[in-house]
Design a protein around this ligand. Structure first.
Ligand SMILES: NC(=O)c1ccc[n+]([C@@H]2O[C@H](COP(=O)([O-])OP(=O)(O)OC[C@H]3O[C@@H](n4cnc5c(N)ncnc54)[C@H](OP(=O)(O)O)[C@@H]3O)[C@@H](O)[C@H]2O)c1
Length: 282
């Protein structure tokens, strides 16, 4: 018998995050009751209840799971996602949860994290793979989706890099950014369906050299910076240069990086020009 999502809340970990917010909004739009686990306390809003807990510390998780049959596990950070997953599944397997949906990253299984450099720079991929294994071995029926880097993260990275006077750009790195809301839509579809194991990857419509992504941002923001190609050592970087973080066969995302960027970043020079034009014509 399938779950009555209108009355049995879906627990969303990471429901306050970049991906979590559109997931919660889409679950609500689909008529599901939603409970969000957050480290901060929040007031309930329009069909969304919040519970306070910390997956890294293993606190508040049992209470968050009461009466829940489906969990969408999105909480994540640069480090420690394996441990967060461990704490989550320990509570879930004893609480009668029937479906655990997990978001991972394309390349988790193909980017080796072995050397010190690998761990320092790409430990995230190793932690995501370990968390995938925790989910798959939990005994709770599961679905895992691997997505490429979100447009939002790509923009955030470019913005951070643009704070430097000279931007070091790893040569040979390419990314295939995908729209966060499209990932959210797919996760909601999966959460409202039956457990499906590892489902096909979700990747953006095109792969771009990293230098092009940074240049696109600089151009859109009206900034000028010198870029310095650097060669990152180690097996993880080698795998990324070989495209292990890409999914060319799964370029099913529709919204392009260019469309996203145009909506997010206004060119200050263009704004000035537009303002001058409207003064002259207005
Ligand atoms: N960003 C990408 O390009 C990308 C690509 C593929 C997969 N993913 C995966 O997608 C997921 C969401 O990414 P995002 O970009 O939306 O992240 P984000 O904006 O940084 O949000 C992180 C979320 O995780 C929660 N969280 C972090 N540590 C927690 C803890 N110890 N206990 C409970 N909650 C915790 C935060 O909740 P509070 O702050 O409210 O506690 C927040 O809602 C992550 O699992 C990430 O690995 C991301």
């Amino acid at each position: 018998m399938s779950t009555d999502h209108q009355h049995t809340p879906i627990l969303v970990t990471g429901g306050t995050g970049t991906l979590g917010r559109p997931v919660v909004a889409r679950l609500r739009a689909a008529g599901a009751a939603v409970r969000v686990l957050s480290r901060e306390s929040h007031d309930a809003e329009d069909g969304v209840a919040f519970v306070t807990g910390d997956l890294a510390a293993g606190e508040g998780i049992d209470a968050a799971m009461q009466g829940v049959e489906t969990i969408v596990h999105l909480a994540g950070s640069a480090k420690g996602d394996e441990e967060k997953a461990r704490h989550l599944v320990k509570a879930a397997s004893g609480a009668g949860v029937r479906h655990l949906v997990y978001i991972s990253v394309v390349g988790a299984d193909r980017i080796p994290v072995v050397s010190g450099v690998d761990r320092a720079m790409f430990g995230y991929f190793g932690a995501k793979l370990a968390a995938e294994r925790v989910v798959a071995g939990s005994g709770v029926p599961w679905t895992t989706l691997r997505a490429t880097q979100f447009h939002d993260l790509t923009l955030q990275t470019a913005r951070q890099m643009a704070k430097l006077p000279v931007i070091p750009v790893p040569s040979g790195f390419r990314f295939q950014p995908v729209d966060t809301d499209e990932v959210a839509a797919r996760l909601v579809e999966l959460a409202l369906g039956e457990p499906a194991g590892l489902v096909p990857d979700l990747a953006g419509p095109r792969a771009y050299p990293m230098a092009d992504l940074v240049l696109d941002y600089l151009r859109a923001a009206g900034k000028h910076r010198a870029m310095l190609p650097i060669r990152v050592p180690g097996g993880a970087a080698r795998a990324i240069r070989a495209g292990a973080n890409l999914a060319p066969d799964r370029a099913v995302g529709r919204r392009t990086w260019e469309e996203f960027l145009a909506a997010q970043v206004a060119d200050p020079r263009r704004q000035v020009a537009d303002a001058a034009l409207s003064t002259r014509t207005g």
